[in-house]
Write a protein that binds this ligand. Sequence first.
Ligand code: GTP
Ligand code: MG
Length: 328
Amino acid sequence: LSVAESASGLYEKLLGGDRRAAARLISMVERGDIAARAVLKMLYAHTGNAHIIGLTGPPGSGKSTLAGRLAGEYLRKGQSVGIVCVDPTSPFTGGALLGDRVRMQELSADPEVFIRSMGTRGAMGGLSVATNDVIDILDAFGKDYIIVETVGAGQVEIEVVQYVHTSVVVTMPGAGDEIQAIKAGILEIGDVFVVNKSDRQGTQSAVADLEMMIETAPGGDEVCWKPPVMCTAAASGEGVEELIETIEQHADYLRMTGLLEQKTEQRMKAELLNILDLRVSLAARKALDEEVAGKELVRMMVARQVDPYSAADVMVAYLLERAGGEEL
Ligand SMILES: Nc1nc2c(ncn2[C@@H]2O[C@H](COP(=O)(O)OP(=O)(O)OP(=O)(O)O)[C@@H](O)[C@H]2O)c(=O)[nH]1
Ligand SMILES: [Mg+2]
């Protein structure tokens, strides 16, 4: 089977609603198989219809449980859902779901839900690129909602939030340190805040803390959307319907204000930059590790005949020269 043949075959099947084709393509993306690119190129014209929801927040706050509940609720309303779990702290899982995500496993049997779990990839930036690819695949596959769960705080989380339309930050009562962490980084990126595990003590004070932070956040006055703080008990499903309504309101807000287009533009730019970062750095690494010209350059640096900046000039010119080729 030639690559071109299987690419268009896969493309046809995927658009025809073949789940296995979608799963196959996603696995290719997860493996970093560049043959996926040909299909992704064809699929792109069919993307842009899904509403993308991000779930971020401290470990154990209930993001996966909430994702499952949201998906269940959307299904009940006759809408289809894809779920992507991005976990930069775990090794590449090959799409397997972690053992504790029982409810997710249950859901994954439903043909209208599609769940994938993405772990760390070898290359820097690879996870962001792969995540974006999977979002595009699920979007082209016709999912109405795509839920992206990111585990753990940090750079990846903030990066992934660039790809979502509505960013939901999930925390829980009594997580004082976690709320501090939110204050430090995630406050700026939340469109909706959720205090999950509202069946536990301390829910009201967690809500008050968050509301206070939002109130005093810099720049808060100029925007029309004030991030609401909501309560859910994902375990029992309480508050999930209200959360869905709020997500809908945020989607309407984005559409009415033209912010949706702005967000999309931002996402496209980030997507392109991520791909470029990855490809350029991979090509540079390969040249330095394996090619005569690259090895020679390093040798000259060792001999103090070339400084790192001049070496970079040489390398950029070298890479640009063959930028039209397949390798970059
Ligand atoms: N009491 C209570 N427990 C909950 C609720 N929602 C989730 N949990 C429990 O909290 C634990 C963590 O839930 P997860 O959904 O795995 O949390 P998570 O944020 O996805 O966790 P990581 O992906 O590991 O960061 C599980 O044992 C859940 O059963 C809730 O509303 N109330
Ligand atoms: Mg989880």
